[in-house]
Design a protein around this ligand. Structure first.
Ligand SMILES: Nc1ncnc2c1ncn2[C@@H]1O[C@H](COP(=O)(O)OP(=O)(O)OP(=O)(O)O)[C@@H](O)[C@H]1O
Length: 460
């Protein structure tokens, strides 16, 4: 809440000195009004006022003088809101008393949320990431179900909830969906979302400014702490230490912790073992690359949200060609919609092919059958020539089938072309391989893991 131009400049200066959490908790909630040589800072409540007065007021005075370029501006601090000021332009005699109660009452009457949800906790949640617009599929079913459980049983169902998986697969979306659901149920809930890099940066700032206790208090006072991409903690020992204690404190008092990571926690190098083991205390669930049907459903949903009708064949075409990452899928759809908008042409299959021409050409260059064969051979520690050969031992046939299934999934080659590239085999062999792999992925977790790992390697 910033209104005066002078105050905006002051806040910009303070941004380089204070942590994001200090700014969000104490500085940004202040509403500023300039009146006849007085910069009136209105705090949303007494609590914020007292804290700002004790901790920042002196510095604010200096910054205002430096920014204004003279010391003719007096700074006052009082409880109030911008709305109150508009109908009552006169500054109270005693800045931090007087109109206090009526200003508070105005705020409360206009704001249906309980006072506890005042801007001290800026949750950073993206309101567009909800359960309603999260499309369910086999690849994310478990993660979604666990997230729903956590949302309806905060701190008690699974704590921590640890979501992991490749980039752009919906981890952040689900995490925000939980936060948004918590706020729907209880608007006063203190839900804080942040990227792990932000946590590290804030901690460093807090250490530099001797405010580490305040930092600790802040993070330990939330109802739910949502930290994204915790792989960035790797190698940052001091941050891990701090996070470890915060994490324990939250868990002990049943405050919810939700974490995401681009891989399974134990696979993150440079992360302390005690953290890795703690992460496993709750529930660790993977989000896998979405299968074709889910990608198609996501495209339809996103098109609908943009008010665009997407022909089914276009949805299938885009979903078949862009497989690894929902963010890229969305990007492709956006491009098709924007092109249609600018040219005024209807979205047909030919139009989509044209709009995505360069993007798809680039992708074709990246995933070739050759490339798949090399990657698969390396993964299973066999030779590429084994994939072409007639050898029928299990240690060779399985990788060969997996490689064929990947070629079918990841390239636009026809079945006969794929068969030919595997030592001149028939297209029925490719069909059989694809069916077999599909079956095995259902029944054998290791094969499924191999397939997903290979898919990720080839498409990231
Ligand atoms: N199942 C889904 N339904 C609807 N939208 C989805 C789904 N999965 C992903 N998305 C969308 O894809 C985009 C990328 O998702 P998100 O940011 O959650 O990915 P992520 O897994 O957190 O990736 P990163 O590791 O790169 O941060 C978002 O716009 C999100 O809304």
């Amino acid at each position: 809440m910033v209104s005066s131009a002078l105050w905006q400049q002051c806040v910009a200066r303070l941004e380089s000195e204070l942590s994001e959490q200090q700014l969000n908790t104490w500085i940004r909630p202040l509403h500023a009004v300039e009146e006849e040589g007085v910069l009136r800072l209105l705090a949303p409540n007494r609590f914020v006022l007292d804290w700002v007065k004790d901790h920042f007021f002196q510095r604010i005075g200096q910054v205002v003088t430096e920014t204004a370029g003279h010391d003719d501006v007096r700074v006052s601090l009082e409880v109030g809101s911008g709305r109150k000021t508009a109908s009552s332009p006169r500054a109270p005699e005693r800045p931090d008393a007087g109109a206090t109660r009526s200003a508070e009452a105005t705020r409360e009457a206009a704001d249906p949320r309980p006072a506890a949800s005042s801007p001290q906790f800026t949750n950073n949640l993206n309101p567009n990431f909800t359960f309603v617009n999260f499309v369910e599929g086999k690849s994310n079913q478990l993660a979604r179900a666990a997230s729903l459980q956590v949302a309806s049983n905060v701190g008690k169902a699974y704590n921590p909830l640890f979501l992991y998986g490749g980039t752009g697969l919906g981890k952040t979306h689900l995490m925000h969906a939980i936060g948004n659901a918590m706020l729907d149920q209880n608007p006063a809930a203190k839900v804080v979302y942040l990227h792990s890099e932000r946590f590290v940066a804030d901690m460093i700032k807090a250490l530099q400014h001797n405010s580490i206790d305040e930092f600790k208090r802040y993070y330990r006072s939330v109802d739910a702490l949502l930290i994204d991409d915790i792989q960035f903690f790797a190698g940052k020992e001091r941050s891990q230490e701090e996070f470890f204690h915060t994490f324990n404190a939250l868990l002990e008092s049943q405050q919810q912790v939700i974490l995401t990571c681009d891989r399974y926690p134990r696979e993150v190098d440079g992360l302390e073992d005690r953290l890795k083991s703690r992460f496993g205390w709750g529930l660790t669930v993977a989000i896998e690359p979405a299968e074709l049907e889910t990608r198609v459903a996501i495209l339809h949903r996103k098109a609908e949200e943009s008010g665009v009708e997407l022909p089914n064949e276009v949805a299938f075409f885009v979903a078949k060609r862009i497989r690894s990452n929902i963010r890229e899928l969305e990007g492709a759809l956006r491009r098709v919609i924007a092109n249609a908008h600018f040219t005024g042409r209807p979205i047909t299959l030919d139009f989509a092919k044209e709009a995505l021409h360069d993007l798809l050409a680039l992708q074709d260059k990246l995933v070739t059958i050759d490339n798949i064969q090399k990657t698969v051979a390396e993964y299973y520690k066999i030779r590429v020539s084994d994939l072409h050969s007639t050898r029928r031992s299990r240690s060779i046939t399985r990788p060969r089938q997996v490689a064929m299934a990947l070629a079918k999934e990841l390239t636009s080659h026809s079945l006969p072309e794929i068969g030919k590239a595997f030592g001149g085999r028939d297209h029925t062999t490719v069909i059989h391989a694809c069916r077999k792999v599909e079956e095995l992925r259902e029944s054998d977790a290791r094969i499924n893991e191999d397939f997903v790992n290979l898919l990720r390697t080839l498409t990231s």
